[in-house]
Design a protein around this ligand. Structure first.
Ligand code: SF4
Ligand code: SF4
Length: 285
């Protein structure tokens, strides 16, 4: 599962990357594409993020996450789901689950809140602080049983940061509302899900991880409530993080990557993706 290594000139590699970048901007990624096309789309998306992260805009981390989310949504529109989806506005049972997000995704939510709700910021900050205080040391199972709604949920049961919500939320869909209801009532049921969203989330995550590695920034998935609290409490957090300060040093990190794949496999994938994203020769093997 890799991009084929071919003897190409730098000019040819650049032309290929440019074409792939135009394609992902227009269509996102095809969930069932062959491995070669899929990985090229991920590398091209990573390059978009790298270019954004290397700019001088003070909100470039949050903007990179918004670009990643737009890529995801473009792909959702251009793919056909492999099963029905019963999620609907107003259903928010899953908005009490444990959420993790990369640093750019957290900045993206905070920037959205500052832009859209300047008059309610203090109230939102208090809600996030309270949710963090109640849940900081809980794992995913404890969060499931605790059932504390996300502080981003509004009174109508809708996400108040919908367009900026983390990829973990975007990818969580269900083919059976009934199964979700039974699961959240404590029954041991498996919830049927179309796989398309998980494949697209994979592309979103791999591209973001590649861009962060290439830019020398931390690649972690943080406890969302705690990380958001830090960023809402300090307007300089994004700039400090961009300049190398680990503002999330005390925040619990997910072990997502380590759980789902061997570190060696992850490292070799990141090497391949960064080389492709920078139009360099692909590494051996
Ligand atoms: S995943 Fe389940 S609980 Fe969440 S919105 Fe969809 S149907 Fe509702
Ligand atoms: S950020 Fe939005 S979608 Fe995600 S858990 Fe919170 S309310 Fe739900």
């Amino acid at each position: 599962m890799t991009i084929t290594r071919q003897a190409t000139t730098r000019q040819e590699r650049r032309a290929k990357l440019k074409a792939e970048m135009a394609q992902v901007e227009k269509r996102g990624v095809h969930a069932d594409a062959d491995a070669e096309s899929w990985w090229w789309a991920v590398a091209a998306q990573a390059r978009h993020l790298i270019d954004g992260l290397r700019g001088d805009n003070p909100t470039r981390a949050g903007d990179a996450a918004q670009h990643a989310h737009d890529f995801f949504e473009t792909a959702v529109k251009n793919n056909t789901p492999d099963g029905p989806v019963e999620c609907a506005k107003g259903c928010s049972l899953c908005c009490s689950l444990y959420v993790t997000a990369t640093a750019p995704e957290v900045f993206c939510v905070a920037n959205h809140l500052r832009r859209e709700y300047p008059d309610r910021l203090e109230q939102i900050r208090e809600a996030v602080k309270s949710a963090d205080r109640d849940t900081r040391y809980m794992d995913a199972d404890q969060r499931l049983n605790f059932r504390l709604p996300c502080p981003m949920l509004n009174a109508q049961g809708a996400c108040s940061v919908y367009t900026a919500r983390p990829s973990a939320c975007r990818a969580l869909v269900s083919s059976s509302l009934r199964a979700c209801q039974r699961g959240f009532a404590g029954e041991d049921v498996s919830i049927p899900r179309p796989t398309m969203w998980w494949k697209l989330r994979g592309a979103h995550t791999f591209a973001m991880e590649t861009a962060l590695v290439e830019c020398g920034l931390p690649v972690h998935h943080y406890n969302f409530n705690h990380a958001l609290r830090i960023v809402l409490d300090d307007e300089t957090a994004e700039l400090r993080w961009l300049s190398g300060e680990d503002v999330f040093a005390n925040v619990t990190r997910d072990v997502y990557s380590e759980k789902t794949q061997a570190p060696a496999e992850r490292e070799s994938r990141l090497k391949m993706l960064t080389a492709a994203a920078m139009a360099q020769e692909l590494p051996e093997g």
